[in-house]
Ligand binder design. Structure first.
Ligand code: SF4
Length: 260
């Protein structure tokens, strides 16, 4: 097999496609935001450094008067430490994760995801009661999980709950191998930040800007794939699927066919 070659198997048919004649370098920025472990070195940079900076820049861009910075564990932890250090607001593990339960982002069924939130996270009432809390997470995908967490933190006694997200709104799915939800499922593809804030019932909501994210990962925008946040795909569908009819290369049709 040649580098960039994809072998496509359907039934007994085996086809090899030279798919990746990339027009430019496009490193997946989501590796730094979500996928990689904080101690990984990705594209020559430690993920922990990027996430810490995401939190610091988020604190500069979207400050809030609050008493406590609380990460949504585990993926929000590094950015929350950065937010806390930059803002001077104390950090606390106000939510504890049960490590025996899987990551909700990749749970396939809504019912499993909802059940997952309840058994996965536990609030520490003594820390949260009467506090104005800044919750830090690395993404809002469908909004359902965030809504439950905000509710949980309020029920534990928090006076205010402000949500801060260490990347821009997730608008578009990935077609390069990451099994992300479809565009229809991504709440930010059809709702404004204010609408999402209202839906998750937070007192305020803000996301890291795209320039802020690029600064945090220490590169230039045109070195990265940022399609999750911009809908601008570095490799056109026409290049990825040269045999397909032009009208079939529309985003919705591709989503449907790839998820069959
Ligand atoms: S669309 Fe681009 S940035 Fe998003 S997960 Fe896929 S490769 Fe990464």
């Amino acid at each position: 097999m040649e580098p960039g070659e994809i072998v496509h198997i359907r039934g007994e048919e085996l086809r090899s496609v030279r798919a990746l004649h990339a027009p430019r370098l496009a490193k997946c920025i989501f590796e730094h935001v979500y996928f990689s472990r904080p101690d990984s070195i990705v594209f020559g940079r430690t993920v922990q450094t990027s996430r810490d900076l995401m939190g610091r820049i988020l604190a500069e861009e979207s400050p809030v008067d609050a008493d406590l910075v609380v990460p949504i564990p585990d993926s929000g932890v590094s950015a929350a430490i950065g937010y806390s250090q930059q803002s001077g607001i104390p950090f606390a593990f106000g939510l504890i994760r049960n490590h025996y339960v899987g990551r909700t982002f990749i749970e396939p069924k809504t019912t499993i995801r909802h059940f997952g939130v309840k058994v996965k996270l536990n609030p520490i009432k003594e820390l949260l009661t009467g506090k104005r809390v800044v919750l830090i997470d690395d993404s809002i995908v469908r909004g359902t999980t965030s809504r439950k967490i905000v509710k949980m933190v309020r029920a534990a006694g928090a006076k205010e709950v402000h949500m801060r997200i260490s990347c821009p709104p997730t608008l578009s799915p990935c077609f390069y191998g990451i099994d992300t939800p479809t565009k229809k499922e991504l709440i930010a593809s059809s709702h404004t930040v204010q609408e999402i804030c209202k839906y998750i019932e937070a007192d305020s909501l803000a996301y890291l800007s795209l320039p802020g994210l690029i600064r945090a990962v220490g590169g230039k925008e045109n070195e990265f794939c940022t399609a999750c946040y911009t809908g601008q795909y570095p490799l056109d569908f026409a290049d990825m699927f040269p045999d397909a009819k032009a009208e079939d290369r529309q985003l919705d049709l591709w989503e449907a066919s790839l998820k069959e």
